[in-house]
Design a protein around this ligand. Sequence first.
Ligand SMILES: Cc1ncc(C[n+]2csc(CCOP(=O)(O)OP(=O)(O)O)c2C)c(N)n1
Ligand SMILES: [Mg+2]
Length: 739
Amino acid sequence: MATTKTDPKLAVATNGAKKNKLYEGLSREQLIQAYRFMYTSRRIDDREILLKRQQKIYFQMSGAGHEAIGVAAGLALKPGYDWFYPYYRDRGLCLALGVQPFDMFLQGVGAAKDPSSGGRQMPSHWSYPSLHIVTQSSPTGSQILQAVGCAEGGRYLSRHANAADIPASATPDYRRFKSVTSQPDEITYVSLGDGTSSEGEFWEAMNAAALGKLPVIFCVEDNGYAISVPVEVQTAGGSISRLVSGFPNFHFEEVDGTDPVASFAAFRRAAKYCREGHGPAFVHAHVIRPYSHSLSDDERLYRPDVERERDAQRDPVSRTQMFLLREGILDDKGINQLEKEVEAELQAAVDRALEALPPAPESVMQFLYSPDLDVTSSTFETQPVVNESASDAKKPAAKTMADLINATLRDEMKRDERIVIFGEDVADCSREEYLKQKMVKGKGGVFKLTFGLQCEFGGDRVFNSPLAEAAIIGRATGMATRGLKPVVEIQFFDYIWPAMMQLRDELPTIRWRSNNGYSAPVVIRVAIGGYLTGGAIYHSQCGESIFTHIPGLRVVFPSNSQDAVGLLRTAIRCDDPVLFLEHKRLYRESYGRSAYPGPEYMIPFGKAKIVHPGTDLTVITYGAVVPRALQAVQKLEREQGVKVELIDLRSLNPFDWDTIAASVAKTNRALVAYEDTLSWGYGAEISARIADQLFDQLDAPVRRVAAKDVFVAYQPILEDAILPQPNDLYLAMKELAAY
Ligand SMILES: Cc1ncc(C[n+]2csc(CCOP(=O)(O)OP(=O)(O)O)c2C)c(N)n1
Ligand SMILES: [Mg+2]
């Protein structure tokens, strides 16, 4: 509970039983404090509205009508102990948790010293690490799955006390920059509006919380509207409580969220249920929205006066004031004095905030990636350790990419207890008794990349998720926020799209939008690509440029076993989120096999590899096109004597511009080859950069070879015609060399 600032002299002098009367556990002083928070919240809204009209701030979102439920939650839960994923109407909650009005005005003006984002995020998008209020975005509902992951992370850390330790001998990794804490009975709070309960991610989160019996309080603040859409058009039957009532393991509350005492009681019961470990709780709070949705909305266009007046009767601020008067807790004088104090405090806060300096324009790129651990640095450059001196018979066998990814995951899990692996089918067997009784061998992924890991490390470190991609990424993000290292799997790149909101608007934005207050260095392994003869349209897609287009996300794409080891280890140890693309066709290819280069082998990101040196033409590629291009390069050299320099980029963001530039300076010709569809693809950016920055070096146009601008078809004849083949590459190289 936040510390009280209320002057005890404000309270009406009482004696006897009344003095010590409790209201659902709240003392008279606490009720005065609650009123102070509520009144402050409303008056901050009013102030901000004025400032917005004066064009001194740039956006306003009010918490009006939601003050009582928010303050009640803040009083029932513990800042800096429990965890909070609020939404934009939770001004009352944030004040009760300890956020200062001045901090809120700093958000409004977008000050450099705004502690939530340094001027990067809108006001009412809360982020206060010391209070455990986790950075908030703007998509409705994308915080809910992260809250579930946060609760899972807390539970994991409580059960794995050693996970917090970092051996002094360990080479530097992300753990050095993450302090992890957890409490055995902590709760994660998450709130949302009634409209937001229509988002699919809400239902995925409810399911995951129920399955895991997780200590999450879901609070639906039901003001009856989502902008202009009324609840009966939003929620079948008009009641979210009714719809969720079948979820098992939940404690349910439905409460008048304009009544602080009833709201506090509901939260206290919910919190008790969660702290005792029974499972999640659902608080459905009926509130009002006395102001329009935001300052850009005029609710009179869709709400008649009669309805708005009916709501006004339930205004939580005036209701609470009446309650205090009725109960003899404050008299008129006390109310007046409290309100005057709040006004004076807000005036001073506004005056100071308006003087606050804005952020420096030069700072815009700061905190897109970790400022502590540079993934391109020599920290991540180690040499392979293979017993080369062994006699031929004893030399370690060359292994497939699939084998070596599995070996790398195993070694990293041994080294770092914060690593958890989950996704669809990644466990050996969810019904562990079958494994224990040796009735089954275990699956370990549809491509068997995680085979044996559950058996070795246990079902709480390697487990199957429900079939819900957004939930995989959202939960992983919440866990990583708590300091874990989730290494999750998306079974097929073709099915990554349900997670796109998390992948585009959440995961890569967390560090930047919180001004380095939070980070979530998740690793996402994704099986990608075609050349499968029969993979067809939904098992063959590429599309990496959609992800290299996202600032804040690292993207790597190995073409052989040894690179897969080095890049995956770097991905796991680094402090940024990484999309790790694994080409299905390369998993078990004979091309590019190698012995395991050892448990410390790493490759820095942004370092290409010259697969074949040459002087006549530069070919820039990656992934499954590397072996195809190599065939073409060898044929061209054999038949025409043309020496092609073949560059495997290996990592796509960051990418190795220096190697490209040095090669093109030598060959004066460049071809970019990739498996994805030709237009608007990854090669377009590389070609544009070459044309822009190396124009003087070129003796020929920059060319691209890629897939046709169509989906990948099932019939192999069609697939061959669609995807770039060695002969397409050969012809393009030959023509460009002769240009
Ligand atoms: C995914 C997404 N879709 C649309 C919006 C635009 N939008 C912002 S708030 C809002 C309505 C939310 O209503 P509700 O969940 O009931 O919350 P309330 O504002 O009423 O508290 C909409 C449609 C958004 N921010 N995110
Ligand atoms: Mg609403």
